[in-house]
Design a protein around this ligand. Structure first.
Ligand SMILES: Cc1cc2nc3c(=O)[nH]c(=O)nc-3n(C[C@H](O)[C@H](O)[C@H](O)COP(=O)(O)OP(=O)(O)OC[C@H]3O[C@@H](n4cnc5c(N)ncnc54)[C@H](O)[C@@H]3O)c2cc1C
Length: 393
């Protein structure tokens, strides 16, 4: 059979959820994915554990989606992060909430999430074709003609969920933007969002250290969140969030203990004066960091001259890190830019110009912070696009 009610291009979170809702509404549904496996990019999120959503309030969600989050009011009124959590729990996936509202499967494995989506699609009778790249799309006589290397499929509804342009090795190469342009829809310019930051920081000893809730300040912007020192610089949510302000050539300052003021740190060190500096510091920060700060002071706190101790406190509270730039679009986590939202009906995600053509997920001009916010908008827009019935166009 080559004719379906709905064809979906791209099996990321948006496409798989669109296939589930489309088939839930009894439409014959075909999902086409060029990779051999489903959800390749999704499997790498949350450090391979799949950060499937965020359990925050609607306000938290909108704050977590700085790139056009407000377009999603209507979508979230139909399907939101709580519906995502209910969906997975109802389908046998136990979830847990970690810091900053991030939701993961209790197995800590992305495959748990991807398998649950796949099983639901199969249960609902979705036809899934993997290793099947769409090469062109046309519309004539109310039908979309979707061409792959081997055959042409037709449908009255087409949902494009081909993702953004980051990590092209996962399959997201911007094909959906070409479809939009083919139908004369505007596509906004692309920019890297949520990019790891490149630094000229000579302290190799810090590589691999991951810190919870530290404050990173760059010019007038300050972010308190988790941070990771890597071989190229900084990653983790604090760096990714700050990256949108980064131009390069300035210095960022890191406060590794924002919950302890400089005055309190001075008092604390006085109390610990009989201890070595390293032993005093390791009570209030990870041992490798304590070692780093105590590197040139292998002595007791009381032996450190007062002026030097004051300088050290300043250094700990504002560690200077010269920033040289940020990763390119291809090596960033999220794409800023995509199908222009004024082209799209926010209630149905259908193109205003081309009846039956829908877009969902990162292919749209929506970008969010990591922490489950991208996956949330992808799953929710996917669900809503899938619910639209052929009679409506
Ligand atoms: C390393 C990394 C970590 C991340 N961590 C997080 C995180 O912790 N939290 C968070 O919220 N977000 C995170 N993100 C972002 C999140 O993964 C994406 O926003 C999300 O996967 C986008 O979903 P999507 O369904 O729109 O598209 P994608 O997941 O990109 O899926 C699109 C699919 O379309 C397929 N496709 C494209 N063209 C064609 C074609 N011509 N024919 C057939 N198939 C095609 C692709 O192969 C791909 O499988 C992370 C991203 C990366 C790269």
């Amino acid at each position: 059979m080559n004719q379906f009610d709905t064809i979906i291009i791209g099996a990321g979170p948006a496409g798989m959820m669109a296939a589930i809702s489309s088939s839930f509404y009894d439409k014959s549904t075909l999902l086409l994915e060029k990779n051999k496996r489903l959800g390749k990019k999704l499997s790498g999120t949350g450090g391979g554990r799949c950060n499937v959503t965020n359990n925050g309030t609607l306000e938290d969600l909108l704050e977590g989606i700085p790139g056009n989050g407000r377009f999603l009011y209507s979508v979230f009124s139909q399907f939101d992060n709580h519906d995502i959590m209910n969906f997975f729990e109802d389908n046998g996936v136990k979830l847990k909430v970690e810091g900053h509202g991030r939701v993961f499967p209790t197995t800590d494995r992305s495959q748990t999430i991807i398998k649950a989506l796949e099983m639901k699609m199969l249960e609902n009778g979705v036809s899934i074709r993997t290793g099947c790249e769409v090469v062109s799309v046309k519309k004539s006589e109310e039908l979309f003609h979707v061409k792959t290397a081997e055959q042409v499929f037709t449908s009255r509804q087409l949902i494009v969920t081909t993702g953004g342009k980051t990590y092209p090795s996962t399959g997201s190469t911007g094909f959906g933007h070409e479809i939009a342009r083919h139908f004369k829809l505007e596509v906004t310019d692309f920019e890297a969002a949520e990019s790891p930051i490149l630094t000229d920081f000579p302290h190799k000893k810090l590589q691999g250290i991951s810190l919870d809730d530290v404050t990173l300040t760059y010019e007038k912007h300050s972010i308190t969140h988790d941070l990771l020192f890597t071989h190229f610089g900084l990653s983790g949510p604090a760096a990714l969030r700050l990256s949108s302000f980064v131009k390069g050539g300035e210095t960022a300052y890191l406060d590794v203990i924002p919950q302890i003021s400089s005055e309190k740190l001075a008092d604390y060190l006085q109390e610990q004066r009989e201890k070595s500096l390293k032993n005093a510091l390791k009570e209030i920060m990870p041992e490798r960091l304590a070692e780093f700060f105590a590197e040139n002071h292998n002595i007791k706190v009381k032996q450190i001259p007062q002026k030097e101790l004051e300088g050290l406190i300043q250094y700990i509270k504002a560690l200077p890190i010269p920033i040289t730039g940020k990763m390119s679009l291809a090596r960033s986590f999220v794409t800023k830019g995509g199908v222009e939202l004024s082209e799209i009906n926010p209630k149905t995600l259908e193109s205003k110009k081309i009846p039956g053509l829908h877009f969902a997920g990162e292919v749209l001009d929506i970008n969010a912070h990591t922490g489950g916010f991208n996956i949330t908008h992808c799953l929710c827009t996917g669900w809503v696009a899938g619910t639209q019935l052929p009679d409506s166009y």
